[in-house]
Design a protein around this ligand. Structure first.
Ligand SMILES: Nc1ncnc2c1ncn2[C@@H]1O[C@H](COP(=O)(O)OP(=O)(O)OP(=O)(O)O)[C@@H](O)[C@H]1O
Length: 610
C-alpha cells in the first residue's frame, strides 16, 4: 500500500500520477451520509411550520443544496476525467512497455543469430581446415576425400567459393616441374599425385561450366595458375572471370574450346607442349599471349577477341589457325582470316616459312655450317670450331636425313678433303651415294662395319692425344699432329645404339677433348626414346658436355631433351635450335638429294665402304 502512495519513478517518456486510496473513498462516503442525515434532521426541525419566511429560507437552502450537488457533480466529473486520463496513461504505458519488450526480443534474436553465425563460421572453418589437411595427406583416398569435402563446402556456401578455388589453384601450382610430368614413372607417390591433380582440374572445370546441372555453376571465379605445370588441362565450355596462366606449362593438349573469359586473362610466357585449342573462345578483355610458345598447333578458329589481343614475341612452332576468328579493330568488329589482319595486330607474331631452299640461306660467317634460317631470316648455323659436336632429335619423316645432308654439304663446301674427313653412319642407306667426294672416309651400314671403323678411329685419335712433351705453344696451335678433322655423322642413331649396346663407346673418352684431337660427333636420331637414350653411352656424354643441337617433331611425353626444350608436333624441318647462348626457332634448309659430287667437279670419288 505504501508503494501506491509513492510517486513511481518511471523512465523518461512515462507519466507520474497519484492513486486515490480506498480509505479516502470510504471516509468521503461516510462524511456525505452523515452530512445528509444531519441536514435532513436540521431542515425538518427548523422549517417544518411552512410560513413565508421559512419557505424563503427553505428555498435558499435548496439553492445552496443545488450548488452543493452541482459542486459534487463537478467533482464527479473531475474524477471521471482523472480516471480517463489515468486509463489513457496506462494504455500509453502499456504501448511503451510493449515496445520495450519488442526491442528486448529483437536484441535477443540478434544475439541468437550472432551465436548461430559464429557456430556456422566455426563449423565451416573446422570443415575447411580438415579438408585442406586431407588434401595434403599422403594417402590417395584421404586426399580425394579432402578435395570433395572442399567441393561440397563451396557448393553449400557460395561466399566460400573463391577461397576454395584459390586453395585448389594453389594445390595445382605446387607442381611446376613440367619435365617430371612427362617422364613415365612407377613411383606410386607421383602416380597418386597425378590422379589428385587430374581430379582437382575436373572439380574446377565442373563448377565453371554455366550449363552445369543442379546449380553447380560457380559464377565470377578468378583462376590463378601462373607457373603451374598443368596436365591435359581442360577448361572447355567454362566461364571464368579473370585467369592468370603466366609462365604456366600445359603438358598435353590444352582445351579452351568455347571458354569465356569475362575479365583479364594472361598467358604471358606460357608454354603449350601440345595442341592448344581455343576454338570459339571469347576474350572480353585483351588477352596477353606475350612470349607464349605454342609447341604444336594453336587453334583459334571462331575465337572472339572483343578487345583485340597481344601476341608480342609469341612463337608458333607449328600451324596457327585463326579462321573465322573475330577481332575488334577500333570500333569495328571484323571477322577475317588472320593473314588479312592489319600488321598492327600481327606484327609481333613470328612465323617461319614452311620450306627454305638451301640456296636461299644467306651465307653465314666463315667456319659456320648453315642449318636453316631463324625467325628474323638470319642463318642458323653450327660452328664446329667452337662447338665440336652436334645432336638432333626429330620425328619420323620430319627431315632427319635432309639435315644430315645439309650438314655434310656445309662441311664439303667449306673444307677440303685434307681438312675434313667424313665417316657417315647410315644404316638405312638414305644417303647412299650422296657424298661422292674424297671427304668421305667411310660409310657404315652395319654394326660390324661400324665397329671396325670406330676401332681405327680410336687408334688414330689416341695418337692425337697430346703427350707430355707437347708444349703450350703447340697446344695453342694444335700443331703436334697433322691430318683432317674427323666428322662422325650418324643418321637414324636409334638404329645404331640400341639398349645397352653403344658402338660409339670407343669414342667416348675423346669427346671432352675433341678440339685437341679434331673429332666431331654429329648424332641425328628419332625423338622417340630420346630421353632414355640421353641417359646412356656417348649421347649421355654429349648431354653432359651441353653440346648444341636441335629438338624437333616428337611426342611431348619425352619431356625436355636439350636445354629444357620439349619435342612437339611440328612441321617437317621446323625445330628449336639450342645452344649455350639460348634457343632459336629455326626452319631447316631443304634441298634435293642430288649427290654432292655434282656440285664438286674434280673431287668425285665413290663411297667408301666399311
Ligand atoms: N627442311 C625441310 N623443310 C621442309 N620440308 C622438309 C624438310 N626436310 C624434310 N622435309 C619433308 O619431310 C620429308 C621427309 O624428309 P626426310 O627423309 O629428310 O625425313 P626423315 O626424318 O629422315 O625420314 P625418316 O623418318 O624416314 O628417316 C621430305 O620428303 C620433305 O617433304
Amino acid at each position: 500500500m505504501a508503494s501506491d502512495r509513492e510517486t513511481r519513478r518511471i523512465e523518461p517518456g512515462t507519466v507520474a500520477y497519484r492513486v486515490l486510496s480506498i480509505r479516502m473513498i470510504w471516509f468521503a462516503s461516510a462524511v456525505i451520509v452523515v452530512l445528509g442525515i444531519a441536514v435532513a434532521v436540521w431542515l425538518v426541525a427548523a422549517f417544518g411550520n411552512g410560513d413565508a419566511q421559512e419557505r424563503n429560507q427553505l428555498e435558499a437552502i435548496k439553492t445552496a443544496g443545488t450548488v452543493v450537488v452541482g459542486t459534487g457533480g463537478a467533482a464527479a466529473l473531475l474524477l471521471a476525467a482523472r480516471r480517463q486520463r489515468s486509463a489513457e496513461i496506462a494504455l500509453k504505458q502499456k504501448d511503451l512497455d510493449q515496445a520495450a519488450a519488442a526491442r528486448a526480443h529483437a536484441l535477443q534474436e540478434q544475439v541468437a543469430d550472432d551465436t548461430r553465425l559464429d557456430a556456422t563460421e566455426r563449423r565451416l572453418t573446422e570443415l575447411y581446415s580438415k579438408a585442406v589437411d586431407q588434401l595434403g595427406s599422403d594417402r590417395l583416398a584421404v586426399q580425394l576425400g579432402g578435395l570433395y569435402a572442399l567441393e561440397r563446402l563451396g557448393q553449400n556456401s557460395p561466399d566460400q567459393r573463391q577461397t576454395i578455388v584459390n586453395v585448389l589453384c594453389a594445390y595445382l601450382r605446387m607442381f611446376s616441374d613440367s619435365a617430371a610430368d612427362t617422364r613415365p614413372t612407377r613411383d606410386q607417390h607421383a602416380v597418386q599425385q597425378g590422379r589428385v591433380r587430374h581430379a582437382v582440374g575436373e572439380v574446377l572445370a565442373a563448377h565453371l561450366r554455366p550449363e552445369a546441372p543442379d546449380s553447380r555453376f560457380w559464377p565470377a571465379v578468378d583462376l590463378d595458375l601462373g607457373g603451374a605445370s598443368l596436365l591435359d588441362f581442360d577448361l572447355s565450355g567454362c566461364r571464368v572471370r579473370s585467369a592468370d596462366f603466366r609462365a604456366t606449362t600445359f603438358v598435353g593438349i590444352a582445351r579452351f574450346e568455347g571458354t569465356n573469359f569475362t575479365d583479364t586473362v594472361s598467358f604471358a610466357s606460357a608454354a603449350f607442349t601440345a595442341e592448344a585449342d581455343f576454338t570459339r573462345a571469347v576474350f572480353a578483355q585483351r588477352p596477353h599471349f606475350i612470349s607464349v610458345s605454342f609447341g604444336s598447333d594453336a587453334v583459334f578458329t571462331s575465337a572472339n577477341f572483343t578487345s583485340g589481343f597481344t601476341f608480342d614475341d609469341a612463337v608458333f612452332l607449328a600451324r596457327s589457325r585463326f579462321d573465322s576468328a573475330r577481332f575488334t579493330l577500333g570500333a569495328e568488329v571484323v571477322s577475317r582470316s588472320f593473314e588479312e589482319l592489319p600488321t598492327e595486330l600481327t606484327r609481333h607474331l613470328r612465323a617461319l616459312p614452311t620450306r627454305v631452299p638451301y640456296a636461299d640461306i644467306p651465307a653465314p660467317a666463315a667456319g659456320s655450317v648453315p642449318l636453316g634460317v631463324g625467325v628474323d631470316r638470319t642463318p642458323a648455323v653450327w660452328r664446329p670450331a667452337v662447338d665440336s659436336h652436334f645432336v638432333a632429335f626429330m620425328g619420323p619423316e620430319s627431315g632427319k636425313t635432309t639435315l644430315v645432308r645439309t650438314i655434310i654439304r656445309g662441311i664439303v663446301e667449306r673444307y677440303t678433303p685434307a681438312e675434313a674427313a667424313i665417316l657417315l653412319v647410315d644404316y638405312r642407306r638414305s644417303s647412299l651415294g650422296y657424298v661422292a667426294t674424297e671427304h668421305l672416309l667411310g660409310y657404315a651400314i652395319s654394326i660390324s662395319q661400324l665397329t671396325a671403323m670406330l676401332e681405327d678411329v680410336r687408334e688414330s685419335m689416341q695418337r692425337r692425344i697430346p703427350g707430355p712433351d707437347v708444349t703450350q705453344e703447340q697446344l695453342r696451335n694444335r700443331s703436334w699432329w697433322y691430318g683432317p678433322e674427323l666428322y662422325v655423322i650418324v643418321d637414324d642413331a636409334e638404329l645404331v645404339s640400341r639398349g645397352d649396346t653403344d658402338p660409339f663407346e670407343p669414342l667416348r673418352e675423346f669427346l671432352p677433348q675433341a678440339k685437341d684431337v679434331g673429332l666431331h660427333l654429329v648424332v641425328v636420331r628419332s625423338t622417340e626414346g630420346a630421353a632414355e637414350a640421353l641417359e646412356h653411352g656417348a649421347l649421355n656424354t654429349l648431354a653432359d658436355l651441353e653440346v648444341p643441337g636441335i629438338v624437333g617433331d616428337g611426342d611431348f611425353r619425352e619431356g625436355p631433351l636439350l636445354g629444357g626444350v620439349w619435342p612437339s608436333a611440328l612441321l617437317p624441318g621446323r625445330v628449336t635450335k639450342v645452344s649455350r647462348s639460348g634457343r632459336e626457332l629455326v626452319q631447316l634448309a631443304w634441298s634435293e638429294s642430288d649427290p654432292l659430287a655434282a656440285r664438286q667437279p674434280g673431287t668425285e670419288s665413290g663411297p667408301v665402304s666399311g
